[in-house]
Design a protein. Sequence first.
Length: 264
Amino acid sequence: MPPTSEPGRSVSSRLLQVLFAFQPGHTRFTLAGLARRTGLPQATVRRLAFELVAAGALERARDGTLTVGTRLWQLGTLAPLTEPLRTVALPFMEDLYTALQQHVQLAVLEGHEGVIVERLSTTSAVGLTSGVGGGLPLHCSAVGKVLLAHGAAAMFDALVERGLERFTPQTVTDPARLRGELADCRRTGTAIVREELSHGADSVATRILDGEGRVVAALSVVVRTGSVSLTAVTPSVVTSGLGISRRLGWTPNVGVRDGYGCRY
């Protein structure tokens, strides 16, 4: 008799057994596969899995498969033995900063903004409108476009419904044009912004992926307009983003997940 059938087992112990079934090499399950993995009855696994999906601890893709959810990943970053995103990213950011002597920043999605969690700057770099802990609009910042491009369609629709604010004459406020730029971003993994948020400031950003292929952050370099070729800077930014992603467990065979949990 499997241990999961022992009398007196609590619901919490069964929930943990479902969660602990996810391990390196076993990161995606069907309900039937999860039942086999845990030894729990499939009806029990179904009920527990749906509760975990509702809580954000698991995510369910359109094909019905289950993976570890963002909220559980966020909880894991609080563990003393786990390097948080900022710690992993900082050495790569320092290398970019040393090489380019420009603003280098790291941002994550929070609500309908890209929140800056780390920035390295030189005093001679172009002035910026937002500091660490501040928010950047998703539709006209390079990090924002990366985060928006890999988010759910509902987030894009909500931004359009609220109205795409114009910050400069270069700000893209046409939904169709923005949608096309986001499609390019998903294809290339990068976004380039030229004076869309601030006069005299250009930026290039790339995505940062976790071990499941989720875009968990965006890394960017911000330069004074005309001072640096963004085309020349882009490979260094992309290389740094890939290095951070690998430290977070990503490998090329994992691919990239879109806002619905589907890989491409």
